[in-house]
Design a protein around this ligand. Structure first.
Ligand code: SAH
Ligand code: SF4
Ligand code: F3S
Length: 473
C-alpha cells in the first residue's frame, strides 16, 4: 500500500472535520499520503452529513462525480463515511456499484482493516456497527499541518436529546463522553506540536461526563485551562437546557476561555420550542443570556435558528424575530426546516410552504445583518487581542507615494471575530509576527463578516518579536 494517495471530501459540522483528521491519521499510518487533487487520488472518501436534505444531496452529487472517475480509472477505491453512511448503510452499496466501502460514524478505527481486506479479497464492505464504548487509540495524534494553530478535539460522541427535528441521535448514537485523561493527553500532544487554540466538540458539552460519572464540564475546562502552552480554549455546542452556573462562572475565572458562546435557541416561540422538545422557554433563554452578560459583559453570543418548523405560525415567527432583536446576537446561523429520516417532526401537521420558509429565512438574514453591523461598528477604535492564524494575502500598499510590499495577516478575537491587519515591512527576511502569536490590534474599519485594524506596537502586555520597528503603527 506504499505511496498510495488519498483524498477526503468533508461535508458537515466540526465533528466531521475532526473525524476526517482521524481518518487521515489512520491512513497515513498504513502508508497512504494525502493528496489535494481528487483526480490524482487512488482512494477517495466522502465524509457525509445528513442534518438537512441539502447536505445529503451534496454527498450524492459528489458521489456521482466519482462514478464517472471510476469508469476511467477502475482501480480507484471509493468510500462513504459519516452520517449518511450510518443512515443509509447497505442501501448505498446496492444503489452505487462503484462504492467499495461504507463505514458508519463509529467505525473509523476499523478503516485500516477494511481497506486491507478490500485490497486482498476485492470485496465490498458495509460496517455501520455502533460500538458501545469509545475506542481510544494509544498512539499520540500528530499535528497534520505544522502551521495549524487551531484544532478541534471531540470530547463526547452521540446525543440523547432527541430534538424532534434532528437526525443526530439516529446517526451518531447514544451520548458517550471520553475520559478526561485521554482528552488532556491529546490536547497536550497537540500543543507540543504547535497548536495554540483548542475547540472542544460535543453535541451538548454541558452534559459532559454526567452519564458515566466522570468530572463535569467546568471541571474539565479548568484542567484544560491549566495545560501549559495553550493560549485559547473554545467549545461548541452548548444546549441551553443544561447551561450551568458553573459554566457561566468559568467565563469569569478562566483566563484562556474565549469570550464566546454558541447557544442555539432555534425559535423564540414557547409553543414551537415545546414541539421541538428543546426543554427550555424563551424566558429561561433570556435569563441565561442576562446571566452570561453579567458574568462576562463582552461575551459574544451566537445562535442557530430554524425557520418553518411544522406548525410555525406568523405569530411564532414574529416572536423569533423579537427575541433576535432583544438579544442582539453577534451572529446567527439560520436554516430552513427540513424533514429528516426518523425525526418525528416529519409527521407533524402544519407544513410551512417553501416560499414562506424562504421569506422567513431572508427576514432573519436581513434583521441579523443590521445587528451584526451595529455591533461591529461599536467596536471601532477598541483594541482587541488577536491570535494570528496566518497571512490572508500579499498586497501592495501605497506608502507615501511609494509602493512597498505589505503582508495582510488574519486572526480572530476572543469573541471569534475575524480581524485582518496589514503589516508593512521593508525586509522580506524578517516579518516580525509569528503565526500562533497573540497581538493587539486597534479596530479601524468594520465589515459585515470581519474587522480591519492596525497592529499596536511596543506597548505592554504581549511579546513583540524583533523587527518591531517595521510594524505599521
Ligand atoms: N447539537 C447542536 C446542534 C447540531 S445540528 C445543538 O443542539 O445545538 C446544528 C443545527 O442544525 C441545529 O442547531 C439546528 O439549528 C439545525 N438543524 C438540525 N436539524 C435540522 C433540520 N431537520 N432542519 C433544519 N435545520 C436543522
Ligand atoms: Fe440534534 Fe438536539 Fe442533539 Fe443538538 S441536542 S444534536 S439539535 S438532537
Ligand atoms: Fe451533519 Fe452528522 Fe454533524 S449529520 S451536522 S455531520 S453530526
Amino acid at each position: 500500500m506504499k505511496n498510495k494517495k488519498f483524498y477526503i471530501n468533508t461535508i458537515g459540522c466540526q465533528m466531521n472535520v475532526y473525524d476526517s483528521e482521524q481518518i487521515a491519521e489512520r491512513l497515513q499510518r498504513i502508508g497512504f499520503v494525502m493528496e489535494n487533487r481528487v483526480e490524482d487520488a487512488d482512494l477517495v472518501i466522502v465524509n457525509t452529513c445528513s442534518i438537512r436534505e441539502k447536505a445529503e444531496q451534496k454527498a450524492f452529487s459528489f458521489l456521482g462525480r466519482l462514478a464517472k472517475m471510476k469508469r476511467e480509472k477502475p482501480r480507484l477505491m471509493v468510500g462513504v463515511c459519516g452520517c449518511v453512511a450510518q443512515q443509509e448503510g447497505q442501501k448505498i452499496v446496492e444503489r452505487m456499484p462503484y462504492v467499495d466501502f461504507v463505514l458508519g460514524t463509529q467505525a473509523i478505527e476499523r478503516l485500516p482493516a477494511a481497506i486491507e481486506r478490500i485490497e486482498r479479497q476485492r470485496c465490498r464492505i458495509v460496517d455501520v456497527n455502533m460500538a458501545q464504548e469509545i475506542q481510544e487509540t494509544a498512539d499520540i495524534p500528530t499535528c497534520g499541518n505544522p502551521h495549524e494553530i487551531s484544532r478541534f478535539v471531540t470530547i463526547m460522541r452521540g446525543c440523547d436529546n432527541y430534538c424532534t427535528y434532528c437526525v443526530v441521535p439516529y446517526v451518531r448514537g447514544r451520548e458517550t463522553s471520553r475520559e478526561p485523561e485521554n482528552i488532556i493527553s491529546e490536547i497536550k500532544s497537540l500543543v507540543a506540536n504547535g497548536v495554540r487554540e483548542i475547540t472542544l466538540l460535543g453535541q451538548n458539552v454541558n452534559s459532559y461526563g454526567q452519564k458515566q460519572g466522570l468530572c463535569d464540564f467546568p471541571t474539565l475546562l479548568k484542567r484544560i485551562n491549566d495545560v501549559e502552552g495553550l493560549l485559547r480554549l473554545r467549545f461548541t455546542t452548548s444546549h441551553p437546557k443544561d447551561l450551568s452556573d458553573g459554566l457561566i462562572a468559568a467565563f469569569r475565572s478562566m483566563e484562556k476561555l474565549c469570550h464566546h458562546i454558541h447557544l442555539p435557541v432555534q425559535s423564540g416561540s414557547n409553543d414551537v420550542l415545546a414541539r421541538m422538545n428543546r426543554r427550555y422557554t424563551r424566558e429561561k433563554y433570556l435569563e441565561m443570556v442576562a446571566n452570561l452578560r453579567e458574568a462576562c459583559p463582552e461575551i459574544a453570543i451566537t445562535s442557530d435558528i430554524i425557520v418553518g418548523f411544522p406548525g410555525e405560525t406568523s405569530e411564532d415567527f414574529e416572536q423569533t424575530k423579537a427575541l433576535i432583536r432583544q438579544v442582539e446576537f453577534d451572529s446567527l446561523f439560520a436554516f430552513i426546516y427540513s424533514d429528516r429520516p426518523n425525526a418525528p417532526s416529519g409527521r407533524f401537521k402544519g407544513k410551512v410552504t417553501e416560499k414562506e420558509k424562504k421569506q422567513r429565512l431572508q427576514d432573519v438574514f436581513d434583521l441579523q445583518t443590521g445587528i451584526t453591523q451595529k455591533i461591529h461598528a461599536s467596536m471601532k477604535g477598541t483594541i482587541k487581542e488577536v491570535l494570528v492564524e496566518g497571512t490572508s494575502k500579499k498586497q501592495v500598499a501605497e506608502n507615501q507615494g511609494r509602493a512597498i510590499d505589505a503582508v495582510q495577516w488574519t486572526g480572530r478575537t476572543s469573541g471569534n471575530k475575524i480581524v485582518n491587519f496589514i503589516q508593512n515591512h521593508v525586509s522580506h527576511v524578517d516579518t516580525g509576527i509569528q503565526v500562533g502569536e497573540m497581538v493587539r490590534v486597534r479596530i479601524e474599519k468594520t465589515f459585515p463578516h470581519s474587522l480591519r485594524g492596525s497592529l499596536i506596537t511596543g506597548d505592554s502586555g504581549h511579546s513583540l518579536a524583533k523587527g518591531d520597528e517595521s510594524y505599521a503603527a
